[in-house]
Ligand binder design. Sequence first.
Ligand code: 6PG
Length: 468
Amino acid sequence: MKAQIGVVGLAVMGQNLALNIARNGYSVAVYNRTAERTKKFVEERVKAEKILPSYDLQHFVQSIERPRKIILMVKAGTPVDEMIEELLPFLERGDLLIDAGNSHYADTNRRLDKLSEHGILYLGTGVSGGEYGALHGPSIMPGGTLQAYKLVEDVFLKIAAKTEDGPCCTYVGNRSAGHFVKMVHNGIEYAIMQAISEIYDLMRKVLKMNSEEIGQVFERWNNGELSSFLVEITYKIMRRIDEETNKPLVELILDKAEQKGTGKWTAQTALDLGVPTPSLSTAVFARTISHFKEQREQLSKIFGEKHKVNADKSLLQDLEKSLLFAVFLSFSQGLWLISEASVAYNYNIDLLEVLRIWKGGCIIRAKLLDFLRRILKENPQNVNLLASETAMNFLKEKLPSVLKVSSVAREASLPMPVLSSCIDYLFSLTEENLPANLIQAQRDFFGAHTFERIDKEGTFHVEWQELE
Ligand code: 6PG
């Protein structure tokens, strides 16, 4: 009997995805470069599931029914290219490779073109939800040809997370659309994680709350408008006690945030496409700054004591509104980037569908997504959610609280890069006259770069200084 689908790469994500597929009634062939891991997986985790292990790549490929559908769950970057090279001699026209890792969308385009020369179909597929999601239902973002998607649609719809709006999987769009959307998903993830951390910082340093108290507040917020996976894990993190020291574990974790690249790619792409995503980009820099632990220790001594600020717990309701403000603007910046990319790269992405499949399974799932969908439905042609009066009213209602929180943080010399960038983003976009006129004049002054005028058509240059 041949397997209906194959999974290459049996790190935890690959194992869990294979089990998820098998538990949904499919037979799954599995292969891992090191045989030891495959053996361990089969011995320790496979029970009644129809999982067929292979210890040889050719055998693995031949154990799958045609046209073959093979999911690659290997580390993004060179390992994906290497695995494709290894698989290629055994594949036949019409077979389908699915890259379910966090690949860069440009790599996906390149691989798609290369494989199509061999008649092999390719789906660059974003999968979000971490290890738990892979096993119990992730959010799945496949991109490529519709023909390729149709080959695995039934499997994907079955294994995806489910919400009242259906399974969290849709055909995202052409070529690398799926990996692009997953990349921006992660860019938004970085911004929301940073915003939550900024609020946490203020709670512990200004409101002098302990981790248990902070956890209680996040738990309360999670029952309201802020209900989301990232807020939920935050209150759970606050509660975890380190067994060795009996202290809250979070307080013992070194404040150096790591990153694997998707947030950085989002920022780079936004700059390339000329779309403003300051909150997403600054969240990447916040992680970068966190890395300079030794420097920060030295500089904090030179800077000296920071202001002691008195604020009482009534600030908590302002913090809740501030977080909502930041989460909303992080999503709207990411969506704007996706819609510009959709035009620039002919992805043909349906943003409403993207928001729908982010409602379950993924790391940025949040109640707020229903509100975002409502706004988008009101103005489907608007790439910028802020063009909606409903959105603007939502933000303006939060603004007094946001400004209060910002001023308390400023007075205490506390960094709030994401929250601050959200304020400036809103103020800049809603400002009819920006001081860019002066920048244009300066450019023309030193470099004859020319400028446009508000009172007549054309391009102008003046001699601002005597050259001789
Ligand atoms: C997801 C996550 C996941 C990502 C981690 C780590 O959607 O399940 O985005 O794909 O790998 O969040 O990312 P960083 O190491 O860059 O923080």
